[in-house]
Design a protein around this ligand. Sequence first.
Ligand code: ZN
Length: 401
Amino acid sequence: MTVKLYWEDAHLTRFTARVTESWPQGAHRIIALDQSAFYPTGGGQPCDTGSINAARVIDVEMADDGRILHRLDSDDSFSVGEEVTCEVDWRRRREMLQQHTGQHILSQAFFRLFGAETKGFRITDRTTEIDLTLEAQPDEIERAIERAEELANGVVFDNREIRVHMVTTEEAAALPLRKESFITDCVRVIEIADYDWSPCGGTHAERTGEVGLIAVRGWERAKKMTRVHFLCGVRALDDYREASRSVDAIARKFSVGREEAESSVTRLLDENKRLSRRARELAGIVAKVEAHELIEAAEPVGGTRIILRIFEDRDVEELKLLAHRLVDGDNVVALLASKEGGTARLVFARSANLSADMNALMRTACERLGGRGGGKPDFAQGGGPKVSELDVALGEVGTTI
Ligand SMILES: [Zn+2]
C-alpha cells in the first residue's frame, strides 16, 4: 500500500519518494511510489496532475490493493529503489479541494434545511454536481436552493476550522455522521466545526474560508432526484467574470447600465414580435398588389395566364405567398423560382379551375436542377443545386402547359 501523504496534509505539493515499481505501458510509464501526495481519481473527484522528476504525471489511479499508480506522459525509465522528486500541480489541487470541500458544506446545508440527502457527487470539467433526495415543485426547489446557498456561504464566511479524524468504526458510530461509511477497519472523518461530520478520503481545505464563494449554477431532475450544479472558489470567480462580461456586452449594445440589460432585451423581443406580426401583414398586402400587377401584365394564352418569374433572393415563404395570391382567381398558372442562398427554389401553383398537374411539372423541373420536389396537383414546391439550369427548367415546364 502506498502511504497517502494527501491524507496527512492536503496542502503538501513537494515531496520525495522511492520508486517501488516501474513498467512501460505503450508510450507511457506507470510507476508506484512508497508514499504519494498525488490524489488518485475516486470519490467523484478527478486525480491530481504534476511531475515526478522531469516527467509529467497525467493520470493517477488507486489499485485494488491500495497502491497508487502514477501514469507518466513519457517512457523515461525509473529504477526500483530510486529516490524521485515530486510536485503536485497546486492550482489544480486547490481548484479540486475547493469544489470538494464546498460539496461537504452545501450537502450539509440541504440536509439541515430540508432533510435532503446527497446520493451522488462528481466534479466535472466545468461544474460540480450533487444528486439530492429533494422533491418539490420547481419554484419551491428554486427557493430551497437559494436558502441552502445562503447557509453554505454563511459557513464559508465564518471561516470555520476543518479537522480530520482517524477513528475506529465504534468511535465513528458515536459521531453524527452525514452518511454511512463503508470502510470497515478504520474511518477517516472530516469535521467542519459545529456543522458537518462526513467520512471521506478526499482532499479538503483547512478552514471553510479557503473554499471561497459557493455559487449554484442551476439544477435539473435526474434519476428521480434533484441534481444541483455548483461552482466554488476559483471556478465561481471565473464564472462570475464570464457572466459579468456577458451582461456588460449586452448592456453596451443597448447603451444602458447592466441593471437594465434584462429589461432592454425583453423590450427588444416584444418589439421584434410586434414588428414580425406587422411585417407579415404588410407582406400579405404587397403580395396581393404584386400578384395583381403580374396578372395584368401577362398575355393570356388560350385563356390562361402563365406567370413565370425568377427572383434573385426571395425565400420560399415569400414565393408561396405570392403564388397563392396569383392563383386566387381563375385561369392562372404561377411558376415562381428564386436563387436564394445559391440554391434554386421553386413554387408552382394553378387556379382551381385549371387541370395542369403541378406535382408532375415540379418533378420534371427538379430533375433538371439535380434536386427534389413535389406536392399536390394544384400546388407544389421543390428545388435543386443547379441554379444555372433554372431558366431552361422553367422554360421547358412553361411550354408544356
Ligand atoms: Zn470529502
